[in-house]
Design a protein. Structure first.
Length: 154
């Protein structure tokens, strides 16, 4: 069975061109299906699918969240952003992984609204996995209110 990975093609500094071009080249070590979510009018066509041994699918999401917009406000005002569509796919168990870039407040607000928190937690956190010379390091950012970040080697 293939894992389904969603990429928010509208997030990040050089979106959507770089994500549409680079995502298929970042083939994981195992079989996977790739789903690019975003505005197809603004995004260039997906590169030749025959070069990759995984399925590339595209889903339309006409709205985006700007970097200066506050997350909760943007989430309430815009229900069809690439971020919301990506998270909804995860909430409905249609995909196993979502890769996002863009406004951290929008990512946290949308995730908390659509997926909720782990029972017992009161706040959300962002986690990043970094490849380093001697393995991998996991960075957990619990936000300014928590007053700390956790750095852990995996």
């Amino acid at each position: 069975m293939f894992m389904r990975i969603v990429v928010d093609a509208m997030g990040g500094e050089h979106a959507p061109e770089e994500l549409a071009e680079g995502s298929p080249m970042a083939k994981p070590q195992y079989p996977a299906d790739l789903v690019l979510v975003g505005d197809e009018i603004k995004r260039p066509p997906i590169p030749d699918r025959s070069k990759y041994n995984w399925c590339i699918q595209s889903l339309y999401a006409p709205e985006t969240v700007g970097m200066v917009e506050t997350g909760p406000k943007a989430m309430r005002a815009k229900s069809e952003t690439s971020l919301s569509v990506s998270r909804r796919l995860l909430a409905e168990n249609d995909v196993e992984t979502v890769i996002l870039a863009g406004s951290n407040t929008a990512i946290v607000a949308t995730t908390r609204h659509l997926l909720g928190l782990i029972p017992g937690l009161r706040r959300s956190a962002l986690a990043l996995l970094f490849a380093i010379r001697n393995g991998k390091t996991f960075l957990l950012d619990a936000g300014v209110q928590a007053r700390y970040a956790l750095l852990m080697r995996v």
